[in-house]
Structures are given as structure tokens and as C-alpha cells.
Design a protein around this ligand. Sequence first.
Ligand code: NAD
Ligand code: ZN
Length: 250
Amino acid sequence: MDDAIDHLTRLMAESENMVFFTGAGISTESGIPDFRSPGGFWEKNRPIDFSEFMASEEARKESWRRKFNMETVLSKAAPNDGHKVIASLYQMGKVSSVITQNIDGLHQVSGVDEKDVIEIHGNTTYAKCLDCHQRMSLEEVRSIFQVDETLPVCPACGGIVKTATISFGQAMPIEAMQRAEMEAINCDLFVVAGSSLVVYPAADIPVIARQHGAELVIINREETALDRFATLALNREIGETLTRCHKFVA
Ligand code: NAD
Ligand code: ZN
């Protein structure tokens, strides 16, 4: 076992209240492109920010077109080794919650109870009315949109319907952010997996954990600005790293 794996294993074994914080990087091994790695989907598809979505019908149409294009990748994606190790540590009672910036729902599929996945950027596996928050399934939206690109409206109040994700420029979900901060304050080990830590306010959460005395571990292929504040920063692949540690934590 190499020193870094040994160190991470020890931190995990000693922890009584571990929290994971994940970003797009944990799902690349499931075939979902991340946001910033070169050559990615997002280089060609500039994100549509919230004000644009609200202001323009064409932007809303483009956003649904992309959504249904991405669906061919998303609907086939399954949890990978990284998700599975986290779920296993959760089921052992070592992990109290998973805070995620991801919108793909793969932590829930991997076996972390829905109530313990804190989604700070929402979820793309269903849609919601922006006014009354009524849920709408993607199948319902698709059946309306695919014929002649008619935009979906809320059956209850006539409001604008959008995937249940938080776009750039859209208000953060208050309850999820408060829960995430509480988890960061109360944990003794905070593990970041697959986030470039450049999207705010999400990237403040690991700082909060560190400031309240938690050990901070960052597992990310490339360096992040918070690596120097971390107890341990591993610029490695997530699936392999977590699998190697997990063998010894159990
Ligand atoms: P990001 O793309 O900014 O950063 C991902 C990081 O993960 C990169 O630094 C990359 O080097 C690293 N990485 C990629 N694959 C890895 C691997 N196998 N092992 C180790 N490291 C790996 O992502 P972010 O920080 O999550 O911010 C982007 C925003 O885009 C988020 O808010 C998220 O909501 C959204 N997003 C979500 C998904 C998803 O749900 N799967 C996908 C793309 C974007
Ligand atoms: Zn409504």
C-alpha cells in the first residue's frame, strides 16, 4: 500500500462522522462528461443561464433540446466504483451524508438513501414548475415537446417548467445549502471527490468543514485551489483510489 492510500485509509478508519462532497468528476467513470475537462460536452454547449432561460422562448427550447440529447447518455449511466464505495461506507454507518453538486441521481441509485443525499444543484431526472414547484416527469415533458417543440407549462398554475436543476444565475436551494453547512460543521472527516472547486457558493462548503476542525481530503485528477488547505490532496482517479482504501476500512 502506498503512503497516500495508507493515510486516507487511516483517516477513514478513525472517522466517526464522515461526509462526502462530490462533483462531476465522480460520474465521469460512469460515462457522463464533466464540466471542465478538455474536449468535454460543455465546451461545445455553453450553459444557458437562468436569466436567459426566463427571458427567451428560444433559450427554453434549446435547453429542452439539449436535455433530451443528453438523456441518451444519462439514462444509460450506472453507478461506478466511486459511487459504490461511498454507498458501502454509508451502509456501514461511517458516512452520514453525501453533499453533491451532481444532478444525475447516481448516489441514490448506488444505495445512499434519498434523504441523505443533499443536492445543492438540484436534479435533472425530473422537471418542476418554477412557480408552484409541482413535479412533472421527463416523459410528460417529452411527449409535449417532441411533436413541434411546444414548451411545457405547469398543469396546476400555468407556470414555466424547467428541469429541477439549479442553473448558473438561479437562486441556490436554501434548505439544501443549510443542511450542507450543518453537515460540514458537524463532521470529523470531509472528503471531496471530483470537483474542481471553482463553482461558488458550493466551493465554500469544504472550507467551512476545515474551519470547524474536520480533516479535509480532496481526491481530484487535477489540482484544486483548496489542495493546500487539505489534510491530504490526492491528484488521482477516484474509483481506483476509493476502492483501494475501502478494502482496508471494512
Ligand atoms: P468540474 O467539471 O468543474 O470538475 C470536475 C473535476 O473532476 C475536474 O477537476 C476533473 O479533473 C476531475 N475529474 C474528472 N474525472 C475524474 C476522475 N475519474 N477521477 C478524479 N478526478 C476526476 O465539476 P464540478 O466541480 O462538479 O462543477 C461543475 C458543475 O456542473 C456542477 O455544479 C455540477 O452541478 C454540474 N455538472 C454535473 C454533472 C453530473 O451531474 N454528473 C456533470 C457535469 C456538470
Ligand atoms: Zn405550477
